[in-house]
Design a protein around this ligand. Structure first.
Ligand SMILES: [Zn+2]
Ligand SMILES: [Zn+2]
Length: 282
C-alpha cells in the first residue's frame, strides 16, 4: 500500500479502513458458478453481473460479517455505538426474514433498507453505511471471481459491470491518458470515455471543469454542471513512476476532496442506482 503525498487524512481513518478491508469472506461462503453463454449475452447487453448472475451468499455468513463490521465501527466511533447496537438488535430473527433481508440488500434497490429503517425507526444513514460496508467484502470477492472472464474493454458504461454501482473514482493512465472508472463497492475498474460525465453521460466539454488542491496535481475533482455530479480522479502521469497505485486507498485518502466538492454543491452519486434499461438503449 502506498501512502505518499497525502497530508490531509486523519490517521485513524486509514486504520479504520485497513481493519474494514481485512474483513474477508471465505471462498466456500460465496458461490458464483460458471457463466453460461446466455448469461454472458445478458451482461453484454448491459445488465451487471450482480443482476444477471447473482452469487449464492450464505445468509448467516452475511450476518456474521455485519456483526464484525459493526464491532469495528463501534471501536472507531464509540459515539455511534448506541445506534449500531440498536440497528443490530432490530435485525430480523427468523430464518425466512433473514434470507429475505440478504436478498433485498443484494438487489441494491434500497427497498428492503427503507422498509427496515422506517418500520424500526432507525437512523437511515448509519444503516446504509453498515449495509454497504458489509456488502463490500462479498462484492469484492464476487468481482475477483468474475472479472477475468469478462471482456471489460467493451463495457464502457456509466455503471459497474459487476455490481451496477456508480463509480466514485477514476484514473487517467500514465501510458496514454486513457480513462477508467472505479467502483469502490466491489473494486472493479473499467474503461470509459475521457470526455463524458460518469453519471449523466453529458459529452459537451463546456459543461465540465475540475479543481485540484495538492501541488503535485496528483488528484483532481471533475465536476459536471449538467447533473452536479463529481468524481475524484488520479492522474497517474503526476505520480512517482515506481508507485503501485491502489485506487481503494487513493479513494479513502481523499475524503477532503469529497468534502470540498460537496461544499461547492456537487453530489456524490454513489448511492444512486443507475437505470440500466436506459443505458442499454443508448
Ligand atoms: Zn461494483
Ligand atoms: Zn453529469
Amino acid at each position: 500500500m502506498s501512502e505518499k503525498g497525502v497530508p490531509l487524512v486523519e490517521p485513524h481513518l486509514l486504520d479504520l479502513y485497513r481493519e474494514l478491508r481485512n474483513v474477508t469472506v471465505p471462498a466456500e461462503k460465496l458461490q458464483t458458478g460458471p457463466v453460461a453463454p446466455e448469461i454472458m449475452e445478458n451482461w453484454e447487453s448491459g445488465i451487471p453481473m450482480l443482476y444477471c448472475h447473482p452469487p449464492q451468499i450464505e445468509v448467516e455468513n452475511f450476518f456474521e460479517v455485519l456483526e464484525e463490521i459493526s464491532g469495528i465501527l463501534k471501536q472507531y466511533h464509540p459515539d455511534r455505538s448506541e445506534d449500531v447496537d440498536r440497528i443490530l438488535a432490530a435485525l430480523p430473527a427468523g430464518a425466512e426474514a433473514r434470507s429475505k433481508a440478504v436478498a433485498g440488500v443484494l438487489r441494491r434497490d434500497g427497498e428492503w433498507l427503507s422498509d427496515f429503517v422506517s418500520e424500526q425507526d432507525l437512523p437511515e444513514e448509519m444503516v446504509g453505511f453498515m449495509v454497504s460496508l458489509t456488502l463490500r467484502p462479498f462484492l469484492r470477492h464476487f468481482s475477483a471471481q468474475l472479472r477475468e472472464s469478462l471482456g471489460l474493454e467493451s463495457w464502457r458504461k456509466r455503471f459497474c459491470p459487476v455490481c451496477g454501482g456508480h463509480a466514485n473514482f477514476s484514473r487517467l493512465s500514465r501510458e496514454n491518458g486513457a480513462r477508467t472508472l472505479y467502483c469502490s463497492l466491489c473494486e472493479t475498474e473499467w474503461p470509459f470515455a475521457r470526455i463524458a460525465c460518469a453519471f449523466c453521460n453529458e459529452k459537451d466539454q463546456k459543461k465540465f471543469r475540475f479543481f485540484t488542491v495538492d501541488e503535485t496535481e496528483r488528484y483532481r475533482v471533475n465536476l459536471c454542471e449538467s447533473c452536479k455530479g463529481y468524481i475524484k480522479t488520479i492522474d497517474e502521469g503526476k505520480t512517482p513512476f515506481d508507485e503501485k497505485i491502489e485506487l481503494f486507498w487513493d479513494d479513502v485518502k481523499t475524503v477532503h476532496l469529497d468534502l470540498l466538492a460537496m461544499r461547492e454543491g456537487y453530489e456524490n452519486k454513489i448511492a444512486e442506482i443507475p437505470a440500466y434499461g436506459e443505458e442499454v438503449k443508448n
